[in-house]
Design a protein around this ligand. Structure first.
Ligand SMILES: Nc1ncnc2c1ncn2[C@@H]1O[C@H](COP(=O)(O)OP(=O)(O)OP(=O)(O)O)[C@@H](O)[C@H]1O
Ligand SMILES: [Mg+2]
Length: 391
């Protein structure tokens, strides 16, 4: 299809949506959008996913008079369970294309995940030997290290949808109803092959301290305990937490697999910087070692946030790359101990054209010290800059 045809096609789709929407033909809009989701899934997966989310977040109004043909076609798309009172959807859906980029993972992590995927792909072979695949796993790790992202990628690799259970929505439901809500959501997920993620599963445990009915929370934990035990091998049940110590030991024991997500090491930090810079790597590439050193010990999402900030500033011309890096290093240096500052200063001396005077100004390390250390043979900076609070 040439560009012009594609434009016309897009335009006519747009016009059709507008026509239906202005005519308040909500059900027709839904049908048409469902068709668009299928149509654009291959060519524009992000768009398709977004439309799909809109579709699912707005359940069809049951009171709306449906035409007969509409009703028949609608049943294929089962509405997501939601809390009757708040109308909050209990599950979020992600349907990603399998060629979605793989998250940056450590070697061990990649191996565990590949094992999981292989088990699913060869489920019959396992069955012939009387074995079932791993049915449940719990992801543990600090915020922003890729737990949710990996769940999405995993589901896409397995060719199924990812449902994420919003425990906050479950628990915000009225007293006595959260157990039912939880069951409704879990039953829904059990009906089709999918990956279900119980995100921030520690949320239940955290609520123990406040005034929520203790009996209610116990019921929730009991529901989850049973479900983990009985989860069908057609689905994969995942949970994620950054507070493993808060998880009920009885629940903890029930997961087939514990997968630990660590903060990225130096090579992964570098890879992350490259990935997040995208085309702007051409501009920032010369700072890569300095950036990697400065970002070491940070989570992927923290790295991404700063990199996006740099890219926006450069795109709008509000700052130059060297201004940004300088200002960034200055802010980082505050968190480093004395040796960390020296390492940073030496790195700047070796890898940039900054004068010793400005390096000294940025890092607070005297020019004498910089000269002394730079003269030493290959003063490899330590792998991880020590932070002040580690001392
Ligand atoms: N391993 C990774 N590879 C590439 N990008 C990552 C990775 N981990 C995190 N990111 C980036 O950070 C964002 C947030 O990551 P994600 O939501 O997966 O973190 P999380 O571990 O689930 O954190 P939380 O505990 O706060 O839920 C991602 O959308 C992605 O842009
Ligand atoms: Mg998460």
């Amino acid at each position: 299809m040439n560009v012009l045809d594609e434009m016309n096609d897009l335009q006519s789709d747009l016009a059709q949506v507008i026509r239906l929407a202005l005519g308040e033909q909500t059900d027709d809009v839904r049908l048409f959008v469902a068709r668009l989701v299928r149509k654009y899934r291959a060519a524009a997966p992000e768009l398709a996913e977004q439309m799909d989310l809109y579709l699912r977040s707005k359940a069809p109004r049951s009171s709306a008079p449906l035409r007969k043909t509409t009703t028949q076609r609608m049943t294929s798309e089962e509405a997501l369970p939601m809390d009757d009172e708040s109308r909050l959807s209990l599950l979020k859906v992600f349907q990603d294309s399998p060629d979605r980029e793989q998250p940056l993972l450590s070697v061990e992590l990649e191996e565990s995940l590949n094992q999981l995927i292989q088990e699913r792909r060869q489920i019959e072979r396992l069955a012939s030997m009387g074995l079932t695949p791993t049915r449940s796993a719990i992801f543990v790790g600090k915020p922003g290290v890729g737990k949710t992202l990996t769940a999405r990628w995993l589901a896409a690799q397995l060719g199924v949808a990812l449902y994420v259970l919003d425990l906050t929505a479950v628990m915000s439901s009225l007293l006595g109803r959260s157990g039912n809500n939880l069951r409704a959501a879990l039953d829904f997920a059990k009906r089709s092959p999918c990956v279900l993620l119980l995100d921030e599963i520690d949320a239940i445990a955290k609520r123990r301290s406040d005034d929520t009915d203790v009996g209610e929370l116990k019921r929730l934990v009991t529901v989850i305990l049973q479900e983990v035990d009985e989860w069908p091998a057609t689905g994969l049940l995942l949970a994620a937490t950054n507070h493993p110590e808060l998880i009920d030991p009885a629940l903890w024991r029930r997961f087939d697999l514990v997968i630990e997500f660590k903060l990225p090491e130096l090579p992964a930090v570098k890879a992350a910087i490259k990935r997040f810079l995208g085309p702007d790597y051409a501009l920032f590439g010369r700072w890569i070692d300095i950036l990697a050193f400065a970002f070491n010990g940070e989570s992927f999402s923290d790295i991404e946030r700063d990199i996006q900030r740099f890219r926006r500033a450069v795109a709008l011309g509000t700052a130059s790359d060297s201004d940004l890096i300088e200002e960034f290093i200055k802010s980082r240096v505050l968190a480093l101990d004395h040796q960390g500052r020296i390492d940073m200063a030496v790195l700047l001396a070796k890898q940039t054209r900054l004068s010793q005077h400005s390096i000294s100004e940025i890092t607070g390390v005297s020019r004498d010290t910089i000269r002394k250390y730079s003269a030493e043979q290959s003063p490899e900076p330590r792998k991880t800059p020590r932070r002040k609070h580690d001392a």
